[in-house]
Design a binder for this molecule. Structure first.
Ligand code: ZN
Length: 129
């Protein structure tokens, strides 16, 4: 891979990272605001408040679920950026062969070539099935 291509992927990953990190901070802020509202809750509507809390908790778990997969994505992007620094970006972690340019352009934070990825997904299905 040429230096120019490395630089292009680096730029792409950094842009993606900022976008995701920004989305993540929105989710966190939203959760914080809601917790503070709960703490200063109006006691006159207490019985209703209990019901509200149940849905609130559900929403919170739901958005935390999103946050954790976004966090996974951030970790993968960081790993890819680290690999660019080390010069090992674009190499499959499984078979150590080069990942195709087409695949890297579609998923720049991928760790595996398409063959190994397919193999892993097959294994996963076998385990679940
Ligand atoms: Zn591979």
């Amino acid at each position: 891979m040429s230096k120019k291509e490395f630089a292009e992927f680096k730029g792409q990953l950094e842009t993606l990272r900022i976008k995701i990190a920004d989305g993540l901070s929105h989710i966190e802020r939203d959760n914080l605001n809601r917790s503070q509202k709960d703490a200063s809750g109006d006691l006159s509507g207490y019985s209703f408040h209990m019901a509200d809390m149940a849905t609130d908790n559900f929403d919170r778990d739901f958005s935390l679920g999103i946050a954790s997969s976004e966090q996974d994505l951030l970790n993968r992007i960081d790993e890819a950026l680290q690999k660019i620094k080390e010069g090992t970006f674009g190499v499959c972690e499984q078979c150590e062969k080069a990942i195709t340019m087409k695949r890297l352009k579609a998923v720049p934070y991928t760790k595996m070539c398409i063959k190994c990825q397919e193999e892993e997904e097959k294994n996963k299905k076998r385990l679940q099935g």
